[in-house]
Design a protein around this ligand. Structure first.
Ligand code: SAM
Length: 242
C-alpha cells in the first residue's frame, strides 16, 4: 500500500488520523505487512506500523527507497471544464502518472469559477488526486496549479516542449512532434494544452505557437475535451516509452 503524509519522513512517523483510518479500517491493511510512505519532502520509505494510539498509526522506518519519478516530466494544461468532467480528468491523469496539472481559464470555457470558488474546489480536487494515486500505486502526487493564465503557464514552463491539441491541425501528430525528444537530450519536460468544451479561440492557438509550441492532431474525430486530455497523455506516455 502506498501512502502520502503531509510531513517530512523520519525514522519514526505518525500517520494522520484520516490516513490511519483509510489504511487500517477502510483497506483493512494487515499491520504486519510494510507500507510505502511518501512525505512532504518527496522522500519515499518502507515503514512498519508498530501501533495505533488514539486513531493515529505509529510507524518505524525499514528503509528509504527511490521514488518512482520518470526521467520525463509530463505537464497537462487543461482549460477548466464543468464539474464531473474535470474531476474525471484529474483522476485519470493521476493514474497516467502526469507530473503537473495546470487548470486555466480560457476564452470559451463554459465553467466559470471566481477566485473564491476556485480555491474552495482545490481541496476536493487534491483529494481526488490523492485517492487516485493511492489506488493506482503511485508514490508521488501530481502538482496541481490553479489561478495562472495560459500565457503565465507558457512563461513558467518556457523550457518545456509545448504541444497544443487542436482539432483543426492536419499535419503534426503527437508522434511526429515528439520525434525530436529522442534525439535532443536537453528536452525533459513535455507539456500538452487541451481546450475546454467550446475549444480554443484561434488567437489562443497562435499565442501557444508563438511561444514555441506546436499544434497536434489527435485523430480525425472531434473528441470531447476530457477524452482529448486522457488520450493525449496516453499517447505521450506511449511515445516516450514511460
Ligand atoms: N472547437 C470544437 C467545438 O466547439 O466544436 C471542439 C472542441 S473539443 C470538444 C475540446 C478540446 O479537445 C479542443 O480544444 C482540443 O484541445 C481537443 N481536441 C478534441 N478533438 C481533437 C482532435 N481531433 N485533435 C486534437 N485536439 C482535439
Amino acid at each position: 500500500k502506498k501512502i502520502f503524509i503531509p510531513t517530512p519522513l523520519d525514522e519514526r512517523i505518525e500517520l494522520p488520523k484520516d490516513v490511519t483510518h483509510h489504511v487500517l479500517h477502510v483497506f483493512r491493511h494487515n499491520m504486519e505487512k510494510p507500507i510505502t510512505v511518501t512525505g512532504s519532502d518527496n522522500r519515499c520509505g518502507i515503514y512498519q506500523i508498530t501501533d495505533e494510539v488514539d486513531g493515529i498509526a505509529q510507524a518505524k522506518l525499514i528503509e528509504y527507497v527511490a521514488s518512482d519519478v520518470s526521467s520525463y516530466r509530463t505537464i497537462l494544461v487543461q482549460s477548466l471544464l464543468k464539474g464531473e468532467k474535470l474531476e474525471w480528468v484529474l483522476q485519470k491523469a493521476t493514474e497516467l502518472n502526469v507530473d503537473t496539472i495546470y487548470l486555466v481559464s480560457t476564452a470559451n470555457c463554459v465553467a466559470k469559477y471566481d477566485d473564491k470558488k476556485l480555491q474552495s474546489k482545490v481541496s476536493r480536487w487534491e483529494k481526488i488526486m490523492l485517492e487516485a494515486a493511492q489506488q493506482c500505486g503511485r508514490n508521488q502526487l501530481p502538482t496541481l496549479v490553479v489561478g495562472e493564465t495560459l500565457s503565465q503557464v507558457l512563461a513558467i514552463e518556457a523550457d518545456a516542449l509545448k504541444l497544443v491539441a487542436y482539432e483543426n491541425e492536419d499535419g503534426h501528430t503527437i508522434k511526429s512532434a515528439l520525434q525530436s525528444v529522442h534525439t535532443n537530450q536537453t528536452i525533459t519536460d513535455i507539456l500538452i494544452c487541451v481546450g475546454p468544451e467550446g475549444g480554443y479561440q484561434e488567437k489562443e492557438i497562435n499565442a501557444i505557437i508563438e511561444s514555441g509550441g506546436k499544434s497536434v492532431s489527435l485523430g480525425n474525430t472531434i473528441l470531447r475535451a476530457e477524452t482529448a486530455a486522457i488520450g493525449s497523455l496516453a499517447m505521450i506516455q506511449y511515445e516516450l516509452e514511460l
